[in-house]
Design a protein around this ligand. Sequence first.
Ligand SMILES: *Cc1c(COP(=O)(O)O)cnc(C)c1O
Length: 465
Amino acid sequence: MNFLSTRGHTAKASFSDVLLAGLAPDGGLYLPESWPHIPADEIAAFKGARYQDVAFAVLSRFTAGSFSDAELREAIEAAYGDFDAPDIAPLVQTGDNQYLLELFHGPTLAFKDIALQILGQLFSRALAKRGGRATIVAATSGDTGSAAIAALGGLPNISVFVMHPKGRVSDVQRLQMTTSTHANVHNIALEGSFDDAQGIVKTLFADTDFASQISLTAVNSINFARIAAQCVYYFTATAALGKPATFVVPTGNFGDIFAGEAAFRMGLDVARLVIATNANDIMARALNEGVYESGISHATLSPSMDIQVASNFERALFEACDRDPDWTAAAMNDFARERRLGIPQEVLASLRTRYSAFACDDAKTRAAIAAVYKQTGRIIDPHTAVGVAAALKMGHLEELTASSPVVVLSTAHPAKFPDAVAQAIGALPPEPKRLAGLKNLPERLDVLANDPALIKRFISSRLAA
Ligand SMILES: *Cc1c(COP(=O)(O)O)cnc(C)c1O
């Protein structure tokens, strides 16, 4: 399988190239040259199959040529060996035709583990074959950082730098990152927002001398391997239901929901993909008003979605304009310059055939946590709650659920966000074993100013040490 860039000026790349590079050299995002197709009868047969076997069926279509079947199987088994739920991504019924798809049973209790655990496994295998070192620099709104550290901490020939916006992640999220004892892990608390951190990563990539000197790579959802790993649960959930579902996806960087589009393009019947955002509603405005425009980043109860630039939207735009790389490159350059992009009518119409979008504020987030608790006794986290609030806002929910089940992706364990939960239901969520004792461990982090040159010097000095 070969991959191309959404901006059209990159040589064809293999899965291993894409995995180790992250971002395409022309600044675009990698996508398969053509989408592999999974036949309907094969999808139906995923019902009742082991999650790992479905993951193999889906991922092998992308990894062919870079990893043998045996290597991929071994990587998948290792990746999902430390999950608390035997079926990895359990589908839980919460009402008539309403479900939560629980994606938080991995080592760091958020859905990022599902992709990063496998990415870590594939990464070290690809690097062992190719030789050399890799430097991973990740911007995190809270969950990618801990999941990357859990997946890559302690691996040979890999250094991991994680930048989180200082004071803008929950205490549990920070502790999960800063208490790592692995010498190859470096935490930066950036004096800025998540978008600033993501901007610095893009600046480092654009400095091609520096990037190649340190073998810079990205494990953010701009890395296609993450999208590939995340489409698996759209298949398992649909097969379990036996009919197409409406998926409601708490959205920040647009990676998780784009994985739903990827599954659709591979042949999965999907009723609708619903973008759920918090007050950082760039994606809701883009879909509903046709203008993709960054606003000011607001701190909310769902910090992992406090994002004003949704990097993966570039992939959806590329597909929606029938894969025109010149238009996509021009559009993304306009957006980089103006922080604003008017979406042409035909492109918008194409996006709207698949996607709907709803935004909700912190009050609605708290109300959704309280409502689900009252109705079902379950405690959900504030990101999942944004999804539930969006599902409630879908005016046609009753008609829709009469024909298609509504599946809200449950992206984090409530214990990662105890304060938000306490505000909503007046009690703290029970603490899972994985978090016990975290507060008593020593933390390692450097507070640095929002300055790409400074970050560059910091990375170089740590690598030289
Ligand atoms: C990362 C994250 C999201 C947003 O996912 P994207 O792929 O960035 O859209 C939602 N919820 C939680 C808990 C997350 O960690």
